[in-house]
Write a protein that binds this ligand. Sequence first.
Ligand code: ADE
Length: 227
Amino acid sequence: MRIDILTVVPNLLESPFSDSIIQRAQDNGVVEICVHDIRDWSQDKHKKVDDEPFGGIAGMVMTIQPILDAVNALRSERTYSEIIYLTPDGEPLKQARVNQLSISGNVMMICGHYKGIDERLRQHVITLELSIGDYVLSGGELAAAVLTDAIVRILPGAIGDEQSALTDSFQDDLLAPPIYTRPANYNGWEVPEILRSGDHAAIEKWMEQQAYDRTKSRRPDLLQKDS
Ligand code: ADE
């Protein structure tokens, strides 16, 4: 899978992908992540990528030309299942969408800056708009990093223990149950007895109940789904 990210601040996306699981996934050929500076495609002599909005509104808007040329250059080299725009008014990102994107083929992500991109790009070029939450970031870069991380960590070969990603919170619309490690007693703070019993069936049942109870108290909305 290849992920191309278009931004005017490529430096912001250097460190999120250069450590831990995401770096290892790139080293192992599980994913190729390419960050592009939109300015490289600007035909303006000062490499300008933004302009004033029509209508006398304050702020700046990212212009069509550099973004469209960048998208077309990349599209001429390979196919993309989605061209994603990260924006607070997009579809709220959920694990189901992450799962679907992780098996969809190459994806391109466009990070907005200033007041965002010209609406005509959203109408004619963007195929999917995603928001990572009901708050406004100063640009789409951190949202693109979040989306990329969520996709890459579930790609086969990214996490050593394949089972681990399947037991995450949200994979089955339940939050993950509590988890403990040694020592079994830390100055009087005890690990639940059942986890030390060696009775795997009882442990599994306990974990399922804990996941359900935790979801019911913290995120009852997750239990109300139709599917
Ligand atoms: N860009 C700015 N805020 C954002 C958000 N909440 N989600 C996705 N992209 C954004």
